[in-house]
Write a protein that binds this ligand. Structure first.
Ligand code: AP5
Ligand code: MG
Ligand code: ZN
Length: 218
């Protein structure tokens, strides 16, 4: 099964993708995570992407489509993929069609996480992750079970994203409205889109997504 998690910054794409990975034999392909890894490693892609990401604008379609293609080639044909943060433009949606078709894959679901934009700022500025394993946390909504210790790997080091500040978030939201939301009709026309209330508790959202994937959603 191949699915897209679509929604604005802070909608919960990464949170829900991590859960699907833990619960199902699926792999998360997050262009944001891959670009951040490239920036950290100082690769040519990372050098090009760094300033763009810090401004909240979108990295070029060629770069992100290229890294998705490379990642798909590392996966077995039977491994299900969760696309997190890709595609984000009409050109990327087109590219994805080609990338899937040439690899004999089909797209099964596009899950749109519906959220209230005003709430997203709080989600984003409160977000942090484990520096070692990448598990996501939030100052208010998702604290580690033992304060200061990662639930998953026991690390005591955490980090925050440079683009998680109120100013950059506004640019990221504007990019979403202008370039990403308009790709929904492409998938609606194919009957692939199902909407999930992304404002509910994390567990409730997970159950709603599971219902979509298991074909029991209304
Ligand atoms: P990317 O990393 O994709 O960032 P984003 O889309 O802005 O999305 P986020 O990662 O901020 O949000 P999320 O939906 O994953 O939310 P999360 O689960 O963490 O992209 C970053 C940048 O990279 C872009 O700006 C661009 O420059 C570049 N880029 C990436 N992909 C690109 C592409 N395809 N094309 C071009 N450029 C690209 O949740 C947020 C917080 O809320 C967490 O703290 C979480 O614990 C909490 N939370 C989650 N769900 C809930 C809930 N139900 N209730 C309460 N709290 C919740
Ligand atoms: Mg994310
Ligand atoms: Zn950890």
């Amino acid at each position: 099964m191949n699915i897209i998690l679509l929604g604005p910054p802070g909608a919960g794409k990464g949170t829900q993708a991590q859960r699907l990975v833990a619960e199902r034999a699926m792999v998360q392909l997050s262009t944001g995570d891959m670009l951040r890894a490239a920036v950290k490693a100082g690769t040519p892609v990372g050098l090009q992407a760094k300033a763009v990401m810090e401004s909240g604008a979108l990295v070029s379609d060629e770069i992100v489509s290229g890294i998705i293609g490379e990642m798909l080639d590392t996966l077995g044909a039977d491994t299900g993929v969760i696309f997190d943060g890709f595609p984000r433009t009409a050109a990327q949606a087109d590219a994805l069609d080609g990338l899937l078709a040439t690899r004999g894959r089909t797209l099964d679901h596009v899950v749109e996480l519906e959220v209230d934009e005003a709430a997203l700022i709080e989600r984003i500025v409160g977000r942090y992750t484990c520096a070692k394993c990448g598990e996501g946390y939030h100052d208010r909504f998702k604290l580690p079970k033992v304060a200061g210790v990662c639930d998953v790997c026991g690390s005591t080091e955490f980090k925050r994203r440079p683009d998680d500040n109120a100013d950059t978030v506004r640019t990221r939201m504007a990019e979403y409205r202008a370039k990403t939301a308009p790709i929904l009709p492409i998938y609606e026309a194919r009957g692939l889109v199902q909407r999930v209330d992304g404002m509910a508790d994390i567990d409730v959202v997970s159950r709603a997504i599971a219902a979509v994937l298991d074909g029991v959603a209304g």
